[in-house]
Write a protein that binds this ligand. Structure first.
Ligand code: NAD
Ligand code: MG
Length: 402
């Protein structure tokens, strides 16, 4: 007996990026398989107006938004006569995020996604969270907001999706610890003396996952696993000392929950973001789509090793920020984002990414960062702005010293 198709009204924030495109591809595959039917409320992109237009003509959303206001005429021209509203600018992205929908995918990269994720948290339905930086910036407040508005946050980051699927939400006391797996990125075995010369092209070439540039750099420095440790601490209300990281180069086990009785539950699957996206799209049901499946005999073996904290200092820095509490994770995120982009712009060496984060956290601890007034999102953004100024000064100092 075939199940009736799931029906969802969907908004995708960051539809032109890696996760956004995977979301729309998956939706098309599920519709073609007859297991789902979607309507699209809103699509938003940053600056890739060509891809946004293509997506809008395919999915016929109520509104298509391009964040870069200079591109509004291009968008309007391409959508003229289609009945699809065209809009531009940060406010329009936030407005799109606030529209009623059953499923909102938050897939903008970086703290730039915070205001729209915050707006998306004001509605009922599922908030599918890929934009981990917004959780790191003001996680407890974001989770409280989703709950207060009758929504449900389903993580899309593969590790957190894995834990979400095996975590006993009704018996959290039965959990001993969380184990996040990490691929180790492209430099897992690169000696420290060769890491200094790593180029942006080498850093974005991830061995297992196809992702946007910023998260690829984060994976290469393992700052990504640091952000994910903070993300897991907030999502599952777990102290940092009960969250382990284990390197698992095959990226087949996406993470694990260890129970107090010694049992460990793991979630497995091929390294494809469409699987955690599918989980969020139909939660608590399961979406049938032509998913890639595991071939265990072909895989042969799964391997594990401890992370090398000397070569990947960002991981320890994230743990320190989590333990310090307050706005320290927000500052960690801002400094890491500034340093990752400075590296991509060739203004900073690879090993100096962690150095910028460490020095920014140090300078911030010596100054009173004023979060101002407003809601938690406004305050996190004020801290983010100030931390970026501090990080930029550190980047300039390191460039002068080099
Ligand atoms: P990406 O760079 O491929 O896409 C980012 C999207 O955000 C694009 O649509 C871009 O146009 C939009 N955007 C960028 N700056 C913007 C701005 N200022 N205003 C509005 N929109 C803007 O990134 P991605 O790899 O898809 O990652 C998206 C998020 O998902 C990140 O937070 C990342 O950490 C998380 N994530 C990604 C993956 C992955 O496999 N790609 C896995 C886990 C988590
Ligand atoms: Mg991840």
């Amino acid at each position: 007996m075939s199940a009736s198709p799931i029906r969802r009204r969907v908004t995708v924030l960051g539809s032109t990026g890696s996760v956004g495109c995977s979301t729309l591809d998956l939706m098309a595959q599920a519709e073609a398989a007859g297991s789902a039917a979607f309507e699209v409320e809103a699509l938003t992109g940053g600056a890739n107006v060509g891809r946004l237009v293509e997506q809008a003509l395919r999915w016929r959303p109520g509104v298509a938004v391009i964040a870069d206001e200079r591109l509004i005429e291009d968008l309007r021209d391409a959508l003229r006569g289609t009945g699809i509203e065209a809009a531009a600018g940060d406010e329009a992205v936030v407005e799109a995020a606030s529209r009623p929908a059953d499923f909102r995918m938050a897939a903008i990269v970086g703290a730039a996604g915070l205001r729209s994720t915050w707006a998306a948290a004001s509605g009922a339905g599922v908030l599918a969270l890929a934009n981990k930086e917004s959780l790191v910036c003001c996680g407890p407040q974001l989770l409280a907001r989703v709950k207060a508005n009758g929504g449900c946050l389903v993580p899309v980051d593969s590790e957190h999706s894995a834990i979400f699927q095996v975590f006993p939400a009704d018996r959290p006391e039965s959990v001993a610890k969380l184990v996040l797996t990490a691929s180790g990125g492209p430099f897992r075995t690169t000696p420290l003396d060769r890491m200094r010369a790593i180029t942006p092209a080498q850093a974005v070439a991830h061995p297992n996952w196809s992702m946007g540039a910023k998260i690829s750099v984060d994976s290469a420095t393992m700052a990504n696993k640091g952000l994910e440790t903070i993300e897991a601490a907030y999502l599952f209300d777990m102290p940092g000392d009960r969250i382990d990281v284990v390197v698992h180069p095959e990226s087949i086990i996406h993470s694990m929950v260890e129970y107090v009785d010694g049992s460990t539950l793991a979630q497995m699957g091929p390294p494809d973001m469409k699987t955690p996206i599918a989980c969020a799209l139909s939660w608590p049901g399961r979406l049938a789509w032509p998913a890639p499946k595991l071939d265990l005999p072909a895989l042969g073996r799964l391997t594990f090793e401890a992370p090398d904290l000397d070569r990947f200092q960002a991981l320890s820095l994230a743990r320190q920020a989590l333990a310090a509490g307050g706005w320290a994770p927000t500052i960690f995120n801002a400094a890491n984002e500034m340093a990752a982009y400075a590296f991509l712009d060739r203004r900073l060496g690879f090993l100096n990414i962690a150095a910028v984060v460490a020095e920014t956290l140090e300078r911030a601890s010596g100054t009173e960062i004023d979060a101002g007034v407003g809601d938690a999102c406004d305050m996190a953004l004020a801290v983010d702005r100030r931390a970026r100024e501090l990080a930029e000064a550190v980047i300039v100092d390191l460039a002068v010293a080099a």
